[in-house]
Design a protein around this ligand. Sequence first.
Ligand code: GSH
Length: 385
Amino acid sequence: MRYRAPLLPAKFLYSSHCARDCFQTGSGPGPFPEDEMHCTCRVHVASDDLHHSVDGFVNAPPALPLRTCGNPATPQSLHSIPLNGNIGRWYKAARGRALLKHFACHSKHPKPSDQNRSHPAAMSAPQAKRVKTNDDAPYELIYWPGIPGRGELVRVLFEEAGVPYTDTAKTEGNKAAPLVLGYMDAGNTGDATNPPVFAPPVLKHGSLTINQVPNILLYLAPKLGLAGADSDGDGLFHLNEIVLTLLDGFVNEIHETHHPVATSLTYEEQKPEAKKRAKAFTDERLPKFLGYVQRVLDAKTSGDGPWLYGGKLAYADLVLFQCLDGTKYAFPKSVGKLQESGKYDGVFKLYDAVKERPNIKKYLESDRRVPYSSGIWRHYPELEE
Ligand SMILES: N[C@@H](CCC(=O)N[C@@H](CS)C(=O)NCC(=O)O)C(=O)O
């Protein structure tokens, strides 16, 4: 799927970017070709194909040396390409659609601060490996198409914050599944700065590629203003512990109610075990997890208002909403009974409060919200009998 270096003339492997950031790359031995410093551009990718091609460009040389001067320049978020007419060729070869942003022409000479680093061999490996992101880079969610799944736990943050993101699950032309499979492929060893991921959801932001839902949420929450009142302090660890517990109960354990033996088997192939597991879940675990959420709400730390922590809406509240929404879909009778018990009123009040948030409300009514079907939250009526 990747666009490889041979399509690019060798000189493309040398480039430089010295605008807000100072960024130079080179390939092979020999001095950095300072006389070849060019106007550069920052490329934000708006297509899967091109995305891979850009990665391919950056990763093509086995040990592409990279150096930065400590500014947010990164190998994958800044793609420095000589503006000598070849962009069109590169672009065409990539068969994609790119949003060229931050187009800038610069000096043909290196900045004074670059002089002592004009040789690729002088570049330190740790610097080359450092991952940095550009805050203005687009957010890209990579997830399976057709199910809300764990991708939804990430989407609700973007939707509440009103921050644009691309969502591969919504791309046309059946591209999403092959893309996800590409990430999960046994031959995928990541790239120069990112280890391989195991499974979706995956978040790409600038040069950074990460997976694991709680990890993605922890990364996004402060950037989207959803890290609570105490966003610079230890509060984030409290929010994280709440979120991890929600994911244990309302995502992982729920998944095991219909797939208690193996994910590789169909539900039908493990129905008897699923029945037992679902009963234990609805009788014991579901009330226990709801009870935990209610205790968090009853605690002094929840502060004023319906929120879980610190008297302010934070990402944990959005996660709770999605978790409970999925659980209501999967086990409507059980959740209904527990709601009627009146023991978890705070939990349901919080659920309603999130549901009524203007941006969430709009999202739920939009076609961006994928209906439940298979995936984590499934409804098998026999599992509640
Ligand atoms: N703990 C991981 C679980 C990831 C996961 O299981 N993703 C599912 C989709 S929701 C998947 O495709 N898994 C493939 C696999 O486990 O082989 C997370 O929170 O992101």
